[in-house]
Design a protein around this ligand. Sequence first.
Ligand code: SF4
Ligand code: SF4
Length: 179
Amino acid sequence: MLDPAALAMEPAPGRACGTCTLCCKVYDIPPLAKPAGAWCRHCRPGRGCVIHPDRPQHCRDFHCLWITQAWLGPEWKPDRSKMVLTIDAATRFLLVQVDHGAPNAWRAEPYYRQLKQWSGAAAGRGQHVIVFLNKSATVILPDRDVPLGVMGPTDRIVARERRTATGTSIDVERVAGAA
Ligand code: SF4
Ligand code: SF4
């Protein structure tokens, strides 16, 4: 069960990045002016960081969910799944950052089924599962997937419940932040 309130924040015993370096590709790294989707110039893909002892604090502070959550199986290791999972610190949304070299990785099984299950549980808490391909977001809802396009740094995702003939559905939209 992926419950943000119960998540460990530190690496789980026995978990190590090993051959994975995907977080050095898929994210912005502001102290290095590295954009999402480009390998960091200090990364040797599949091998590691050549400035590891001197890497920015931004990098030191990062732990993906596969590193901190021992219950996530080996199929979720980012260099195998082609996705890096995190929990947004402010919203507690589950963020799935996909390697743009494998843009449909999240649609493959067993991943898509698991993302849908997490989406159902998150919806009950007023939270969401969001897949990112660089800055382009898709919200995974229990009954459908909603592409929202490129998210600006101050954009927000707003959700509303809507009653339907068969129950309750959720509408989501991207709301532009202040310019
Ligand atoms: S994505 Fe996770 S497992 Fe892979 S290098 Fe980064 S912290 Fe390590
Ligand atoms: S400095 Fe090292 S740890 Fe940080 S993104 Fe670059 S390769 Fe990865």
